[in-house]
Design a protein around this ligand. Sequence first.
Ligand SMILES: Cc1cc2nc3c(=O)[nH]c(=O)nc-3n(C[C@H](O)[C@H](O)[C@H](O)COP(=O)(O)O)c2cc1C
Length: 178
Amino acid sequence: MRFSCGPGGKTERVAEPGVEAFEKLVALLNYPMFVVTTRAGGIAAGCLVGFASQASIHPPRFLVGLSTRNHTFRVAAGATHLAVHVFDRKHLDVVELFGSQTGDKINKFDRCSWHSGPEQMPILDDAAAWFVGTILDRFALGDHVGHLLAPVAGRPPHELESWVSFCDVRHLEPGHEA
Ligand SMILES: Cc1cc2nc3c(=O)[nH]c(=O)nc-3n(C[C@H](O)[C@H](O)[C@H](O)COP(=O)(O)O)c2cc1C
């Protein structure tokens, strides 16, 4: 971030050229979206996550970035596992619930169908596919914390043609600011 002198002598923030290019590039990417849930101390939590990706093949590893502002992040701090769900667009309502509401104000699990799955993780019944991973490591990424997962259980998709991606949810106002 740079600062420059704006009208009336006011100091203005100006994005570095590299940052501006980066922001324009990532705004165009249509990456997959996930709903990540967890449970600790009897409290279930979950939110919509775009910052997530497979990170290794052998051994299988997956990285989930959770915003430090989110209720889910705070519950995950005391958890041993996360559950990562992929949704078909026909269940966009559940995806929107987890991205636009916060567990600080409502119980999202009262508003959707779920069951307790492997390692007591809350599994969302409308998901097209999911896996549960052990949290092997946590590390700071910036305003998000990376959670490195090793898969321990899951349900693979039968078919997944119209999975929810960034373009389907970019209009949402997040329950917590990023
Ligand atoms: C398009 C989009 C992408 C998001 N990506 C992430 C993400 O990668 N990580 C994250 O922690 N929150 C992400 N969020 C924000 C949370 O899903 C949102 O603030 C949620 O309401 C937080 O719920 P919680 O406070 O119950 O955890 C995203 C939201 C949207 C709309």
